[in-house]
Design a protein around this ligand. Structure first.
Ligand code: ADP
Ligand code: MG
Length: 600
């Protein structure tokens, strides 16, 4: 194995490498750096996340550009703002001894004029997201006509996110004779097409074993509070518009519950577990195979026979007690040479179980962040834009065009586009604009039982019925909702005891609740409800209870309770709980094979 010196890097870079504490080159660096330093060539490099790709293109780029010139010579395109900033930062560190070097990051969601000013000061290297880059080019705020080296980092991701047109457009503003270095974790057809169309006999390097099936799966975990599990699941789904996934729960009941909840929230989901009849299971599997269901929620036992290729994500909603089970779960994706992601949603107390799994799969989990609301909005918007762009026109529309055109006579194309996208975007935006950060930071305590944000506005009640009356917390919750005519998330923190129970509602319902129970009889007995000071988190009451997850599930959506999800629409009401055991999908509303997109 080479040292960094062996690779031919100059003193300034070697000094920075020493400072960074890199001892020896990673495999992709070892392979790519000498080629890029010695030759003027295009390159395709395939390597998994975390293999050190940034340095593999960063060092050669820094060594080859002319730092004494202020012309922009290097352009790195990357899919997200986060990565863009990360790469720019790394580049600055790599180049800390390169006097006069200016690396500028260009990305959406931040002042374009500030970024333009930075570029104008003379940036030899620009790291950009495609959308903002294109914007700046069209406003003539950057000049990339002298680019010598362009990097497409995470090319597969950029294409996934619908940036193909932007990339094409951006590259058309760069010189023909520049070199293009493409880095990607996978090589789907679209990436191969880019390589073919925009590169001149690129050299190829591959790191790791491309076709070994287990290597096609990346393992990620998301650290959240137990009570935020379901919210986290929804965000993961929303951040991956084309998700085709199996979601694993531990019990039949959770499986059913999560599936129902997803359906109610407007996702195309279905449940698969042993309490369903064979016929019901067959129907669900058929729907899943034909993609009418995008999210199949399953128990381990029921999922055993699933032989569906192309599953993009396996989501471990809950880890199994058996460590070995993880291998079976994650093996559902990354089949037939495809890549896949196995995600685990964990709370703090479960994190250490990942270690034992890591030993078995002989791979490391990567800690990822649950995307925030705006990131999801961005992904959804780009995905929609991409889809519209690729839509074949249905000429059945033609006969209505006259009327439609009349309506939009005074609307400019620009305005029309804005309006059109707002229809979809506003739904997500409104849902997510106040969404909180679900990620638990390393130092945080597991606050699975803590009251939720806004909990200060809740009223807590005592009620004189309990388990002796045949209620468990779920039954009581349903009973209360039904009697009071309240919505699904309006009754929460239901706690049943032997002969009495507690529950919460928002303060705004307090009057109604108390009024209702002034003379209400259940099984011939007067039911008494009164406000109580009992705080569910105080003292030792909660300790040792085994219900926390269930409770978390039960009132999981209070945070977003005003609307059940960005995907819900007025059709929600046609989903009745009575057909519990059947998987349903919104697709049946539209007959389209891409259900979530055509849900109105
Ligand atoms: P990728 O782009 O392939 O996902 P990165 O370039 O982001 O990977 O690198 C992952 C991490 O490894 C970064 O924190 C980076 O600083 C570090 N790293 C990169 N190269 C080396 C090396 N040769 N030795 C030690 N750490 C490295
Ligand atoms: Mg990278």
């Amino acid at each position: 194995m080479n040292t960094f010196q062996d690779l031919g890097l100059n003193e300034d870079l070697l000094n920075a490498i020493t400072d960074l504490g890199f001892e020896k080159p990673s495999e992709v660096q070892d392979k790519a750096i000498p080629i890029l330093l010695e030759e003027e060539t295009d390159l395709v490099a395939l390597a998994q996340t975390g293999t050190g790709k940034t340095a593999a293109f960063g060092f050669p780029m820094l060594q080859k550009i002319d730092i004494n010139s202020r012309t922009t010579q290097g352009l790195i395109l990357s899919p997200t703002r986060e990565l863009c900033l990360q790469i720019a930062n790394e580049m600055k560190q790599y180049g800390k001894y390169c006097k006069g070097l200016n690396v500028v990051a260009i990305y959406g969601g931040s002042s374009i004029t500030d970024q333009a000013r930075e570029v104008k000061r003379g940036a030899q290297v620009i790291v950009a997201t495609p959308g903002r880059m294109k914007d700046m080019i069209s406003r003539r705020l950057v000049d990339i006509s002298k680019i010598q080296y362009s990097v497409l980092d995470e090319a597969d991701e950029m294409l996934n996110m619908g940036f193909k047109e932007d990339i094409t457009d951006i590259l058309s503003h760069t010189p023909e004779d520049k070199n293009t270095w493409l880095f990607s974790a996978t090589m789907p057809r679209e990436v191969a097409a880019i390589a073919k169309n925009f590169m001149v006999s690129p050299q190829e390097i591959t790191v790791g074993h491309k076709n070994q099936s287990t290597n096609n799966v990346s393992h990620e975990y998301y650290l959240v509070n137990a009570r935020d599990r379901y919210q986290a699941l929804k965000r993961l789904a929303d951040a991956n518009p084309d998700i085709f996934s199996v979601i694993f729960c531990r019990t039949k009941r959770d499986t059913q519950k999560v599936a129902e909840q997803l359906i109610e929230d407007g996702y195309s989901a279905g449940a698969l577990h042993g309490d369903l009849s064979q016929n019901q299971r067959d129907i669900v599997m058929k729907q899943f195979r034909s993609r009418q269901i995008q999210m199949l929620v399953a128990t381990d036992v029921a999922a055993r026979g699933i032989d569906v290729d192309d599953i993009t994500h396996v989501i471990n909603y809950q880890l199994s007690d058996e460590v070995e089970t993880y291998t079976h779960r994650s093996g559902r994706t990354g089949r037939a040479g495809k890549t896949g992601v196995s995600m685990v949603i964990v709370s703090k107390s479960e994190v250490r179980r990942l270690k034992s799994i890591e030993r078995i799969i002989n791979k490391k989990f990567e800690l990822k962040e649950i995307p925030n609301g705006m990131e999801i909005c961005e992904v959804q918007l780009m995905s929609l834009a991409n889809k519209i762009h690729n839509t074949e026109i249905n000429h059945e529309i033609d006969k209505y065009l006259e009327d439609i055109n009349a309506l939009f006579e005074d609307t400019s194309k620009e305005e029309l586009i804005k309006k059109f996208f707002s229809v979809e975007f506003t739904r997500f935006f409104n849902y997510y604009k106040k969404a909180k950060d679900l990620n638990v930071k390393a130092g945080d305590r597991d606050s699975g039982r803590e009251s939720r944000p806004g909990g200060g506005n809740a009223a807590r009640y005592f009620i004189n019925v309990g388990e002796k009356d045949g209620f468990d917390w779920m039954k009581l919750k349903d009973f209360l909702k039904e009697q009071l005519g309240l919505g699904r998330d309006d009754v929460f923190k239901v706690d049943t005891k032997d002969t009495f129970s507690f529950f919460n509602t928002e303060k705004e319902h307090q009057e109604k609740v108390l009024a209702f129970f002034t003379d209400f009889k259940h099984n011939g007995r007067f039911v008494n409800v009164e406000i109580t000071e009992d705080k569910p988190n105080r003292g030792g009451r909660g300790r040792g209870r085994r219900r926390d997850d269930r409770k978390g599930g039960g009132d999981r959506k209070r945070n977003d309770r005003r609307s059940s999800g960005p995907r819900s629409d007025s059709k929600r009401s046609d989903r009745r709980r009575s057909d519990n055991n059947e998987s349903r999908s919104r697709r049946s509303d539209s007959g389209s094979s891409r259900p979530r997109r055509s849900r109105r």
